[in-house]
Design a protein around this ligand. Structure first.
Ligand code: AMP
Length: 200
């Protein structure tokens, strides 16, 4: 499907419409599957593969996530492994930007910058290639879900150590009780989320 708005005032005929109006009627909650006690007891796992598999929901979610960036200069979209790759790739395509994979430790083949972050038990690490962004690049970070915000926070630190400016972060799901989205907003970043699961 090619989105053109030939008769839109202010845009020349035939201008490619890069950012589509979001599907305002879409309620994303029913298309996200919940798996109780996964990967361990007490965790409600919010499985977005069901949203990815639903053509209307996937399209509507990507359109809604890119909406704040209509008319804004964005140079790169950084997607966090692994579900952030699926979503971030689609967001990058829609914004006509390059894509940066933010990967877990030891996966990238070239020289990396690394950032460690705390998990409930122990530590984890995210990495990017040293040349994945250029100083001054304006970047949007994408992942499927924000909980404590530790992963997104580490990704932001990594990208900014490389000289980029993270202007915003997008997630399908927010678990507000865990405070991650507020932590990222407190850094002055725009945070876009489509669904909240309170009480998680
Ligand atoms: P956090 O660093 O605490 O914000 O955790 C976010 C990362 O962990 C994301 O990459 C999510 O995919 C994953 N995650 C954390 N909690 C859940 C959950 N309840 N359901 C699905 N994924 C989760």
């Amino acid at each position: 499907m090619c989105h053109r708005r030939a008769a839109t005032p202010g845009l020349p005929a035939g201008t490619l419409k890069l950012v589509q109006e979001p599907d305002k009627a879409m309620d994303f909650k029913p298309v996200i599957r919940t798996i109780p006690d996964h990967p361990k007891k007490g965790i409600q796992f919010r499985d977005v593969t069901t949203l990815f598999g639903n053509p209307r929901a996937f399209r509507a979610a990507v359109d809604a996530l890119v909406q704040p960036y209509a008319g804004v200069r964005i140079d790169k979209v950084a997607g966090i492994e692994a579900r952030g790759f699926i979503l971030g790739g689609a967001v990058a395509h829609q914004l006509s930007t390059g894509f940066v994979p933010v990967r877990k430790k030891g996966k990238l083949p070239y020289k990396v910058l690394a950032e460690e972050y705390d998990l409930e038990y122990g530590k984890d690490q995210v990495e990017i290639h040293i040349d994945a962004v250029k100083p001054g690049d304006r970047v949007v970070v994408v992942d499927d879900l924000i909980a404590t915000g530790g992963t997104a926070f580490a990704a932001i630190k990594l990208l900014e150590r490389a000289g980029a400016k993270v202007v915003g972060c997008c997630f399908l799901v927010d678990l507000p009780d865990l405070g991650g989205a507020d932590k990222i907003r407190a850094l002055g970043k725009e945070v876009t989320t489509l669904v909240m699961f309170e009480g998680d």
